[in-house]
Design a protein around this ligand. Structure first.
Ligand SMILES: Nc1nc2c(c(=O)[nH]1)N[C@H]1C(S)=C(S)[C@@H](COP(=O)(O)OP(=O)(O)OC[C@H]3O[C@@H](n4cnc5c(=O)[nH]c(N)nc54)[C@H](O)[C@@H]3O)O[C@H]1N2
Ligand SMILES: Nc1nc2c(c(=O)[nH]1)N[C@H]1C(S)=C(S)[C@@H](COP(=O)(O)OP(=O)(O)OC[C@H]3O[C@@H](n4cnc5c(=O)[nH]c(N)nc54)[C@H](O)[C@@H]3O)O[C@H]1N2
Ligand SMILES: [Mo]
Length: 757
């Protein structure tokens, strides 16, 4: 038995120290071989000044009622109110909107990671509640790997299957030889797994491979994207140039006859179309000399790498960051094409994988059984938007757009309701989002902290945090069930979301469609009971809640992606139109999108035309010190800030040229926006590229300058392509200078509260 109470987070199991009824400290679980220090944020954030303690309504909304806000959202004071007042407002507004405009005028795509815990999952609570009363406009896809979700079914098969069935990295030690990593395999990101992780295995399994003699090549603008212990060779391409680099590798294989023609014939269609393109069907031969000018790597080194890749087992890994960029489908398609040319797809320790290290479970673990979840019900509204089209939707009601072969129309949204996400951290071009958020008549946000999203709401409902409610945790692709006993009371007037929706259900006369008349305890018993019927030897919930995590066997520890297809491509046809890997897709060609034709193509990222004015490529990678924006006001995240600002990594030459010294507060800017950040001068980052981690709480002054360092004031809100309409955050160019008279950061303070006159 562990000494202390357990909790579960997306970054692992924590052992909680409670004192005077408050969470004081969360330590690592002793059985975790590589625990995450992100636990160090929990106590400070839950007890911080930014905690939402009472329901609050924007002053102008309370006085004037619903309507477009004309700039007041995000600027006006709030008035704290009683729960009855807040819930009456929500209930009457929901009824008004539904009566007048229908449920298709409510947007509750509500994207976000929320917290671990199978029952209290924020989006499930909100969506089940809205489904019980008529539904809502949903969102499709995610900010993580949206282009992959749309592209991969056309060319190989469901991307979620790629994730679940990724070739186990443990096969590298025995069968591997070379790992070529586009975007590296950052251990920093492998701290996290959706829904939770019992044990962090990524570092261990890669180190096993290195010890067995496997070589790693880190093709990434950040040296530390490969763990030091892997002793990887660092070949940093210019960000956004990977498609060209991959094409040059492919061209070398082709021109030196190092490609596997037998495998291409057996497992793929359309290679000849791609080969013609590589050979210059558009007038440009995609050879190493051509690519060298785009990716800034020596042509000879590109050729040598291609020969090395063809000389024996090679695993190509591509980070999903590469597809969160202009034309993000292309590096994915070229990854598949390169691996197909090497002829090793379906072999252990070889082939390709997309998204390794983006989640600690990918290629390291799978779950033994489907864990129970709070059912969301069915949504009577069929309408949706691709998730990253939120600003466009709000600004263009009735407007048209392309998506995956369809011509669609934006809904006319009157109400936005968010729970468990932070669009004012996660969405691109926050200046435009702030304008878009003025359009709806009502914005409701459930939060436990005063994030920028809560500040842009009309009605803010304060909710309990994971340690303030009873639940059980389990990662979607992990094999551990974790007790999550309630360890503290929610502070102030904060409440459990289920209870909030139950009260609303009563006000709206929804005939128990949300709660089915059950309490939290009754629901959890039911979900647990469902699992006990499927998994033998599962204890009673009460015994489990006071005990250790329950670990199950890994169902398939040596799995190899597409090994069945390799053995028999007829018996195991892929779910593509041809049943094979499509290096040319008739379907995609038929859509007629100039920015995503029928085979992989090289296109110049949009911001590159601005290089003269904004010469630095901004990469906004996932932060090592937190999960996105979650608990950014906690101790560990704050300990890494530079003079209270989010750290930005800048190469010594770039710093020198601009008179910037390590520890300076700098201003990053382009035509879209400006933010402050704290300079960390380091040659771990490629010259010409700067790294500003995502997730610093957006802290705009009156002129839209973010005082704290959220990169999304600088990113563009143009999507990957008309095919998938995925977010393209990694394609922004910026300039940097030393900041003059930087104002203090106010992000972690609560907003100003006033009284109604
Ligand atoms: N520039 C740039 N932008 C990016 C990215 C990038 O690489 N670069 N990455 C993108 C990616 S991959 C992602 S996944 C997104 C992540 O974007 P989000 O998932 O929106 O980010 P989080 O910070 O995890 O937001 C979760 C919010 O839910 C709240 N929360 C937690 N638990 C609960 C709960 O029980 N109830 C309620 N009501 N709220 C809760 C937290 O306080 C937090 O504010 O960001 C995207 N944005
Ligand atoms: N600690 C922590 N871990 C996380 C998260 C978190 O917030 N915190 N978020 C989780 C989530 S939701 C997701 S989706 C995953 C995301 O996983 P990823 O998308 O893989 O994560 P990133 O950190 O954005 O990118 C990984 C690396 O790709 C490199 N890179 C960026 N652009 C380019 C490019 O154009 N070319 C090349 N060759 N390399 C490039 C950068 O050097 C960057 O460090 O991470 C997950 N893991
Ligand atoms: Mo993500």
């Amino acid at each position: 038995m562990t000494d202390g109470f357990l909790t579960s987070s997306h970054w692992g199991i924590g052992v909680v120290h409670v004192e005077d009824g408050r969470v004081r400290d969360v330590a690592a679980h002793p059985d975790d071989p590589d625990p995450s220090p992100i636990n160090g944020n929990i106590a400070g954030s839950l007890n911080g000044a930014a905690r939402v303690l009472r329901p609050a309504v924007r002053k102008g909304y309370l006085a004037g009622g619903p309507g477009a806000a004309g700039g007041a959202r995000g600027r006006e004071d709030f008035v704290e109110v009683e729960w009855d007042t807040a819930l009456d407002l929500v209930a009457s507004e929901l009824s008004r909107i539904r009566d007048r405009h229908g449920s298709g005028a409510i947007y509750a795509g509500s994207y976000g990671w929320a917290s671990a815990g199978r029952f209290h999952h924020a989006q499930s609570q909100l969506k089940r509640f809205l489904n019980a009363g008529g539904g809502f406009v949903a969102s499709k896809g995610n900010y993580s790997y949206h282009a992959a979700l749309v592209l991969m079914p056309h060319i190989v098969g469901d991307y979620r299957r790629h994730v679940k069935e990724a070739t186990r990295l443990s096969t590298l030690a025995e069968h591997g030889r070379l790992v070529v990593m586009f975007g590296g395999l950052p251990i920093r990101n492998g701290q996290v797994s959706g829904g939770g992780v019992g044990k962090h295995r990524l570092r261990g399994v890669l180190e096993d491979a290195a010890r067995a003699g496997v070589r790693f090549v880190n093709l990434s603008p950040l040296r530390t994207d490969a763990a030091t212990s892997l002793d990887a060779e660092w070949l940093p391409p210019r960000p956004g140039s990977d498609t060209a680099l991959m094409m040059a590798l492919a061209h070398t294989l082709l021109s030196e006859r190092l490609h596997d023609r037998t495998c291409l014939d057996r497992y793929t269609v359309g290679f000849d179309r791609l080969a013609d393109y590589l050979n210059g069907s558009d007038g440009i031969v995609k050879d190493a000399d051509w690519a060298a000018g785009l990716c800034d790597l020596p042509a000879d080194r590109i050729r040598a790498l291609a020969r090395d890749m063809a000389a024996g087992p090679t695993l190509i890994t591509t980070a999903v960051s590469l597809q969160r960029a202009d034309w993000g489908e292309q590096p994915l398609w070229m990854t598949v094409a390169l691996a197909a040319m090497l002829g090793q797809i379906g072999l252990p320790g070889a082939g390709y994988g997309i998204g390794y290290a983006a989640d600690s479970s990918i290629g390291t673990m799978d779950r033994a059984a489907p864990w129970s979840a709070f059912p969301q019900g069915t949504n009577p509204v069929a309408d949706f938007i691709p998730v990253a089209m939120i600003s466009d939707m709000l600004l263009n009601p009735g407007g048209g757009y392309d998506f995956n072969g369809a011509r669609r129309t934006y809904p006319d949204i009157r109400m936005v309701w968010w729970a468990g996400g932070n669009p004012f951290h996660h969405h691109q071009d926050l200046g435009t989002l702030a304008r878009a958020f003025q359009q709806p008549e009502t914005v409701i946000v459930n939060e436990f902290n005063w994030t920028a999203t809560a500040r842009h709401a009309d009605i803010v409902l304060p909710v309990a945090a994971p340690q303030e409610r009873t639940d059980f945790g389990a990662g979607t692709q992990d094999n551990v069930l974790v007790p999550m006993p309630k360890l503290a009371e929610p502070p102030g007037k904060a409440r459990i979301e289920f209870d909030i929706f139950r009260d609303l259900e009563a006000r709206l006369d929804l005939a128990d469609g949300f709660s089915k008349g059950r309490t939290v305890e009754e629901w959890i018993d039911r979900l647990w009971g469902d699992m006990r019927r499927k998994i033998s030897d599962l204890p009673e919930f009460d015994a489990f809640l006071n005990g250790d995590p329950l670990e199950f066997d890994d169902p398939d520890p040596h799995h190899v992606f597409l090994s069945d297809f390799r053995q028999d491509p007829e018996a195991h046809r892929l779910p593509t139109p041809s049943g094979r890997i499509e290096l040319f897709s008739e379907t995609i060609a038929g859509f007629g999108y100039p920015d995503c034709p029928g085979h992989p193509v090289w296109q110049v990222p949009r911001d590159w035309s601005l290089r003269d004015r904004y010469p630095l490529h901004l990469i906004s990678g996932q932060p090592g010190t937190r999960l996105h924006s979650q608990l950014d006001n906690g101790a560990y995240s704050r300990s890494r800030k530079v003079k209270d600002r989010e750290p930005v990594l800048i190469h010594p030459d770039d710093a020198l040229e601009r008179g910037i010294a390590d520890g300076d507060i700098v201003e990053l800017f382009n035509a879209r926006g400006r933010c402050l950040a704290g300079a960390v001068v380091t040659d771990d980052v490629l010259q010409g590229t700067i790294f500003l981690w995502t997730g610093a709480w957006y802290d705009p002054d009156e002129n839209g300058l973010c005082r704290h360092g959220n990169p999304n004031v600088l990113t563009h809100d143009l999507r990957t392509s008309a095919l998938s309409q995925g977010p393209a955050a990694q394609s922004a160019l910026v300039e940097a200078k030393k900041a003059v008279d930087p104002p203090p950061v106010l992000a972690f303070e609560p907003p100003t509260f006033g009284n109604l006159p």
